[in-house]
Design a protein around this ligand. Structure first.
Ligand code: DX5
Ligand code: ZN
Length: 218
């Protein structure tokens, strides 16, 4: 279980996406976090499979797709064809069909992630992880929808509960992560760190990425 630092491309200049992606990889990013929002599950609208497909032509990087959409099942095939690497869907959008979604994602060759909003109890995800079909659990550390929000420390109890139950699971955190909050996430047991504004807003993004990686590994 290694540390993965995943800059959120939501904070990038979308008009220069390929160059921004390369800039982050040159700064030491392990993954590129791609926030896909449908304007319905969350009150914001971003990108979909066509943009992932365009970006894929410019990079072989791991594209960590976070689906903030009401119907995740509809996105599995288009995103697999577009070249997504990981497909992380919200449990709140798939309470009736999470087993179908996770199986379809796996069959499509992408890594399976499941995500919880700050108010969703961690126990909801245990049956999915126990099913053996889940590679990653994403604990939202802000309400999904926008970058630049304040980290919610109360979410760390969920990371701790997951880490004690699943020692080798990939546990990702997303929202408000940066030099001032990374230690809390690392101590709780998160090993995949999404960071948007703290990386893109820094004068030296490479230093922020390396600081976060060191926090996770020590
Ligand atoms: C929020 C997104 C995040 C966001 C994080 O809904 O899922 O990935 O871009 O941005 P920061 O790091 O600025 O909180
Ligand atoms: Zn995200």
């Amino acid at each position: 279980m290694s540390a993965k630092i995943a800059p959120s491309m939501l904070s990038s200049d979308f008009a220069n996406l390929a160059a921004e992606a390369q800039r982050m990889l040159d700064c030491g990013a392990d993954w590129l976090h791609m926030d896909i929002m449908d304007g319905h599950f969350v009150p914001n609208l971003t990108i979909g499979a066509p943009v992932i497909q365009s970006l894929r032509r410019h990079t072989s990087a791991y594209l960590d797709c976070h689906l903030m959409v009401t119907n995740p099942l509809d996105y599995v095939e288009p995103l697999a064809k577009a070249g997504a690497s990981g497909f992380t869907f919200h449990i709140e959008a798939s309470r009736d069909n999470w087993d179908r979604v996770s199986k379809k994602v796996k069959e499509s060759g992408m890594r399976v992630g499941v995500c919880l909003k700050p108010g969703t109890p961690v126990e909801e995800v245990f049956p999915l992880v126990d099913s053996g079909d889940v590679d990653l659990v994403l604990i939202m550390t802000v309400e999904p929808g926008f970058g630049g929000q304040k980290f919610i420390p109360e979410t760390m109890s969920k990371v701790k509960a997951l880490r004690s139950r699943y020692p080798s699971l990939d546990i990702e955190v997303d929202g408000g992560l940066g030099p001032s909050t990374i230690q809390q996430a690392a101590d709780a047991g998160a090993n995949c760190i999404v960071a948007g504004s703290s990386v893109f807003g820094a004068p030296d993004p490479a230093a922020v990425i390396s600081l976060m990686r060191n926090s996770v590994q020590t």
